[in-house]
Design a binder for this molecule. Structure first.
Ligand SMILES: Cc1cc2nc3c(=O)[nH]c(=O)nc-3n(C[C@H](O)[C@H](O)[C@H](O)COP(=O)(O)OP(=O)(O)OC[C@H]3O[C@@H](n4cnc5c(N)ncnc54)[C@H](O)[C@@H]3O)c2cc1C
Ligand code: SF4
Length: 477
């Protein structure tokens, strides 16, 4: 086991803090913490064996050059480490915080595989980039030359923003349209503030704005402006709208008061992080305080709901999932975090109905795992007669998301979609069935990950630059 650096080894020479007031004590804390974090990052980075078969890198969707930036961090060359890290990732401090590293880079670290515990790659990535922001190493967006052509991006989530960043740095005029009042997509209104601080997201929004990206917010494409108008206005369009249609619950009593959608619940809680007035929190409708909460679902959204409910002061929080722990889609690390915080998991449990209006209980059907389906995954099936009621004052439905029917909503029958309703697009370029129209992120992949949306945004931006250059060459002939 590597030795943990301890705070007592940090020497900070200064006057007695208690004589200098609260502000000084806070400064001291940050300084001590920074030194501690620095020691911790170097210690972790130096654990990398530079194995030469960087599975961590191949399993990172951005193929980040992890071994190199770990080595540079271990050598104390942080600015260079940051340069290497940001070369392949538009938002490294965000990925460092919220990538499911246990399924990606860290899960494939050879030290983890040999049973010695992974190098904490995500934490080092976060540390390097947070330091870069503090030290002023993060370069503003300042194109060497302006271009006349413009790109309209629909959706200000990580996919749209990653594309905006690459295009703007190349001098393209970029306008991002979003139906919310703030940019960031699920980084802002989905993922809770205890996992991803909102100022970290807003700092990136400001960087893009200061670099010349125009944001048109509170603008729902299909309602406030038509898709056709955006298409006519720009040389290319990127659709980065994510997936927002919540899967619903059936069963008697499923329409009762007190049964709410996960995203409504998380959005309300995230708005509080911004200091917004949120009537649904004040009225108790979307507030878990003093309530027995049951969350239905086993993905990352369910984990965010249970952990938010704990923080809001719920009297009990239970998570109902129809398969077992090994077969749940969410990150095992998240489950462990939730358990440590006091969440109880009811495995092999499915909702059969609800009692009361407002809701007073979930009727739970006990399940077992049956034969594997076509994908090889065992299907849950009910155990006859095994039912019970789980008391609840607030039930949160976290059953996943599907795409909205964009061709119909936007009156674009030409826009080809898959049988799941996601947009059909080339996985490398994002090119859709419509010339000059590209698509990235969840609207192409289905509910996925931030790091994949970033990858798509970057790849598609590169393809769009080729498309714009080709169009310019034709015009010049
Ligand atoms: C609760 C929750 C927690 C998650 N936690 C994690 C996590 O910890 N780690 C991780 O990697 N991934 C996580 N994910 C998944 C991740 O957030 C998504 O994969 C990622 O945000 C997808 O990016 P995107 O840019 O495709 O779409 P989004 O982030 O969804 O952004 C789409 C944007 O398009 C806008 N939009 C949609 N329709 C229109 C329209 N008609 N007009 C104008 N604007 C429109 C939306 O307002 C939104 O801002 C989580 C998802 C959820 C729901
Ligand atoms: S982007 Fe995500 S997967 Fe890649 S190195 Fe960073 S934390 Fe790991």
């Amino acid at each position: 086991m590597a030795k943990q650096p301890m705070l007592k080894f940090v020497t900070v020479e200064r006057d007695m803090p208690e004589k200098r007031g609260a502000e000084a004590r806070r400064e001291d804390f940050h300084e001590i913490y920074a030194e501690y974090a620095d020691a911790k990052a170097k210690e972790q980075a130096s654990r990398c064996s530079q194995c030469g078969v960087p599975y961590c890198q191949t399993h990172c969707p951005l193929h980040n050059n992890i071994p190199d930036w770990l080595r540079l961090t271990a050598e104390g060359r942080l600015q260079e480490a940051y340069q290497v890290s940001q070369a392949t990732n538009t938002f490294p401090e965000i990925c460092g915080r919220i990538c499911p590293q246990d399924r990606l880079c860290e899960g494939n670290c050879v030290i983890e595989q040999s049973g010695h515990g992974t190098v904490t790659i995500g934490a080092v990535e976060k540390y390097i980039t947070d330091t870069a922001w503090e030290e002023g190493w993060v370069e503003p967006i300042a194109p060497a030359q302006e271009r006349a052509d413009s790109v309209g991006i629909i959706g200000a989530g990580p996919g749209g923003l990653a594309a905006a960043d690459v295009l703007r740095r190349a001098g393209v005029q970029v306008t991002v349209y979003d139906r919310y009042d703030r940019g960031g997509g699920l980084l802002t209104y989905g993922i809770p503030g205890f996992k991803l601080e909102k100022d970290v997201v807003m700092r990136r929004m400001e960087q893009l704005e200061q670099g010349g990206v125009e944001f048109v917010l509170n603008c729902d494409v299909g309602k406030d402006i038509q898709f056709e108008e955006i298409r006519n206005k720009h040389n290319a369009v990127v659709i980065a709208t994510g997936v927002y249609k919540s899967r619903d619950l059936q069963g008697p009593g499923s329409g009762a008061k007190g049964i709410v959608k996960a995203l409504d619940y998380l959005t309300a809680s995230n708005r509080l992080c911004f200091g917004d007035k949120v009537p649904e929190i004040e009225s108790g409708e979307l507030n878990a305080e003093g309530k027995r909460v049951v969350v239905i679902g086993g993905g990352d959204t369910a984990m965010d709901c249970v952990r938010t409910a704990i923080r809001q002061g719920a009297t009990s929080v239970k998570c109902l999932y129809r398969r077992d722990r090994e077969n749940m889609p969410g990150s095992q690390r998240e489950v462990q975090n939730a358990e440590e915080e006091g969440v109880e998991f009811l495995w092999l449990s499915a909702p059969k109905g609800f009692a009361g209006d407002p809701v007073t209980a979930v009727k739970v059907q006990q399940m077992r795992l049956g034969q594997p389906d076509a994908t090889g995954r065992q299907s849950p099936e009910p155990i006859e007669g095994a039912e019970h009621e789980e008391p609840a004052d607030l039930v949160i439905k976290a059953l996943g998301f599907e795409p909205e029917e964009l061709p119909t909503l936007w009156n674009q029958e030409e826009l080809a979609v898959t049988r799941w309703g996601t947009i059909k697009a080339d996985f490398t370029t994002g090119q859709t069935s419509m010339p000059g129209v590209f698509a990235v992120g969840d609207i192409v992949r289905g509910a996925s990950l931030v790091v994949w949306a970033i990858r798509d945004g970057r790849d598609s931006a590169a393809a769009i630059l080729d498309h714009l250059n080709a169009a310019q060459s034709v015009a010049a002939e």
